[in-house]
Design a binder for this molecule. Sequence first.
Ligand code: PHE
Length: 337
Amino acid sequence: MKEKIEALRKDIETAIEETQSGRALYELKVRFQTSLKGIMSGMKDLAKEDRPAFGKIVNEFKQSMEEKFDAREVVVKKMEMEEKYAKERIDISMPGKKYKAGALHPITLVKNELIDIFAGMGFKVFEGPEIETDYYNFTALNTPKDHPARDMQDTFYLAENLLLRTQTSAGQIRVMEKENPPIKILSPGRVFRSDDDATHSPMFHQMEGLVVDKGITLCDLQGMLAEFAKKMFTDSTKVRLRPSYFPFTEPSVEVDLSCSECGGKGCRLCKGTGWIEVLGAGMVNRRVLENCGVDPEEYTGFAFGMGIERIAMLKYGINNIKTLFENDTRFLEQFED
Ligand code: PHE
């Protein structure tokens, strides 16, 4: 019996040391238990008085072997964990996958900057519809049917009285109909005209401004534009007003900024003049105020409208308006901040 136990001990002990996994160790344990059972079943062949001593030996054997199994289990578990860690190790020196983040379009960047500048002067944003009625887009703006100024803004008609708006000025009427002065609004949006060359596109964006209050003069317009020019371009950017004509403003002006490229000396960008035309503006025509139920004896106002593409082209030195609509990422990536 004793020899059998010793033989089993030797056999199992070397086997334990050789196990490399929890699973192998478990299988070995089952094998050991079966062999032990076999040994114990031999007990019935022993003389009665020898049995207690033999039982003690078997128990001690079983216990010592269990300790060996437990000890090996700790080692094997550690080995398994190490192997797992090694397999799952992340090589942090490997270059990562680069995901390209989207960025705001230059038109949106300029639009947001304009809103920031004018919001700082107390303007609120109003957005009008892109499909307008003939009344809001023209008639209420003192441009009745057959007025020659309609020709300059020839557009896309959807029905007899519905058109794609040619100017954000339509929003002036909508605001004045709803709100009483003092009014100070900014109205950005898409507009549409039958125009197509390097500096014009059938669809472009405008930023409209409207201020109506008691005692508003052309000087207020000039002062505000001077402030805008400094913030949008440089501290030394100057503003010049030139007489012009719009049916909905009287007097009307064309506003030039000193050329950002040459500082006013004259270059290719400003065609040698030192000035660049950026927007149309003027004092709101009293007929327009009357059309909206605002008393021109009590209130005066100014309005201006600028092309957002034009400002973006000047600011970023873009020479063809089409590049703003082609969605070529090589072009657009240059504006990511
Ligand atoms: N709506 C005019 C245009 O599209 C610009 C403008 C706006 C002029 C407001 C005067 C006042 O050309």
